[in-house]
Design a protein around this ligand. Structure first.
Ligand SMILES: Nc1ncnc2c1ncn2[C@@H]1O[C@H](COP(=O)(O)O)[C@@H](O)[C@H]1OP(=O)(O)O
Ligand SMILES: [Mg+2]
Length: 332
């Protein structure tokens, strides 16, 4: 059974990916002088969130949305407002006013929490990857009583087949609680079931982590990889695409160790973590606690993120424990 939410989420994410690709092709490539407050990524973020919000409203008029963006910057800048409005209208072939676009973006100010149904959107996850022409994702999750039940990731630059850079690119990952995980390539209507890797020997495993060392300690993950006898170099890519490559078996371990004090946002993990779980993997924080999406806009009960194929999960958690004990970090 395919839920209405799932079909709507796919439509919303595909349209948002379209606007992101348009922004990249016309602004990132073409624009040489960019004002700080009107960077392509800012414009793309707002346009993507507006498109997702407008699409959700079409089918679910009372929807609630936890989104990364709000319209404050658009209220303060007429030219930003005009550009975002123009982009949304040209992509959707509509004629929304600037006020309607800002209202759509501001649907994303919902606080989330442990009760009721709401959507969670990261309009462009991996902004640095987006600007580099690397990996980024449009990430849409659906939460029921504090638990993610649906996740769709749109990954416009991700190779469709393994990590084959020479083949076709652009795919969706779809996960629905109890129904498994799927990949749908851009331009196709076929949902291909995906599953985590069956590798049971950590020495043969591949791990992935943030491209940006500032987002996750590369030093700690290298120590953990050494303990696990992982010899292959890490796959470093931006965004929730990392969850996608774990879910389809290109890597077995995703390690995320942010700096002390950093609390993750729910929109950075909602969709991807469900997709890995539905593909047969395990997702938790660095202490082994499940990610708790009932705490509002932040994962305030968690620290770091670990995703594995499940089979080598306990080995990975043991290696994490010993590395952080060695480094005198208090483990819960
Ligand atoms: N210091 C940080 N530590 C961990 N994650 C961060 C940090 N700063 C930003 N992020 C978030 O990490 C996500 C991208 O992570 P990755 O490294 O996996 O690509 C982004 O959503 C980004 O948030 P933002 O969307 O506000 O830029
Ligand atoms: Mg993000």
């Amino acid at each position: 059974m395919v839920s209405k939410e799932r079909e709507v989420a796919i439509e919303a994410v595909l349209k948002a990916c379209k606007v992101c690709q348009k922004v990249f092709n016309t602004l990132v490539k073409g624009e040489t002088v960019i004002k700080a407050d009107e960077s392509p990524v800012t414009i793309g973020d707002f346009a993507s969130q507006a498109i997702v919000s407008i699409t959700l409203k079409k089918y679910f008029p009372d929807f609630k949305l936890v989104g990364e963006e709000n319209s404050q910057a658009l209220k303060e800048s007429e030219s930003l407002r005009k550009r975002v409005t123009g982009l949304v209208n040209s992509t959707l072939e509509t004629n929304y006013s600037e006020e309607e676009i800002m209202k759509a973006i501001d649907r994303g100010t919902f606080e989330g929490g442990s009760t009721g149904n709401f959507w969670v959107i990261d309009p462009i996850d991996g902004t640095k990857g987006f600007l580099r022409g690397g990996q980024y994702a449009v990430c849409l999750g659906y939460t029921v009583n504090g638990e993610v039940t649906l996740g769709v990731l749109g990954c416009p630059n991700l190779p469709c087949n393994d990590m084959d850079e020479d083949g076709p690119k652009g795919c969706l990952f779809i996960g629905e609680k109890g129904y498994g995980a799927f990949q749908r390539n851009f331009g196709s209507e076929e949902d291909i079931p995906i599953h985590v890797s069956s590798i049971d020997d950590s020495a043969k495993a591949k791990f992935c982590e943030s491209f940006e060392a500032g987002h996750s300690s590369h030093k700690d993950s290298a120590e953990i990889a050494k303990l696990l006898n992982i010899s292959l170099p890490p796959i470093r890519i931006d965004s929730q695409c990392k969850y996608g490559i774990i879910a389809r078996g290109n890597a077995q371990v995703y390690l995320r160790f942010p700096r002390e004090g950093y609390i993750e946002n729910t929109w950075d993990h909602a969709a991807g973590s469900l997709i890995v779980k539905e593909a047969g993997g395990i997702v938790c924080d660095m202490f082994g606690k499940p990610l708790d999406f009932s705490q509002g806009r932040k994962l305030s009960n968690n620290k770091g993120v670990i995703a594995t194929n499940g089979i080598i999960h306990s080995q990975v958690m043991n290696a994490i424990k010993s590395v952080f004990k060695l480094n005198n970090v208090l483990l819960g």
